[in-house]
Design a protein around this ligand. Sequence first.
Ligand SMILES: N[C@@H](CCC(=O)N[C@@H](CS)C(=O)NCC(=O)O)C(=O)O
Length: 214
Amino acid sequence: MRLFSYFRSSAAYRVRIALNLKGISCDQVPVHLGRGEQRRDDYRAINPQGLVPALEVEGKLLTQSLPIIEYLDEAHKEPPLLPADPLDRAYVRALALIIAADVHPIQNLRILNHLRDELGQDGAGVAAWYNHWIATGLRSFEAMIAADPRSGQFCFGDAPGLADLVLVPQVFNAGRYALDMSPYPTINRIVARCNDHPAFIAAHPANQPDSEPL
Ligand SMILES: N[C@@H](CCC(=O)N[C@@H](CS)C(=O)NCC(=O)O)C(=O)O
């Protein structure tokens, strides 16, 4: 198995946590997003979307972090990353998609580059955009997990799962422009718990083969 990854990529970070939780060892192939390696022809021949992560399994290439994680969960049952009950599964997927569908895509590197290079935003404008959309998503996420009795030590119950492994990288991203995290006490409690877990520690951007100073 080979994971095309970049230490700072939050979508790759999700997959790294899932691999670690499942105890799956995997070679990493670094794709340096800062140098634009994701746009090179040799990488586009692997993933035409020019994004990381991509996971090569048995000669097949999987893209998009959430389908990759669901593949890992289906192919390697223990520990499960989704609950068994269909209503609970829908709830956990909804938490994950608040971030993966409604926040992350509009604060990704190519969006920030476009804001700066094509739309003339300066650093302050880019930071304001970035923090506004992360805060919008985290507000909804916090309201849901604060109110729901299914929240435990983690977003769903007392074991880490899909919602946690999407949340933690997004909160890491929130540090980029020092978003005020004080309005999200439930998120902060759960993220602190995750950040003590060996699978999350090993997946952290600071602990990757291609890590650079954060
Ligand atoms: N929806 C995709 C998003 C992948 C994505 O946006 N990856 C980012 C890194 S977190 C990327 O490769 N960005 C390169 C760019 O913006 O040029 C997924 O979940 O895998």
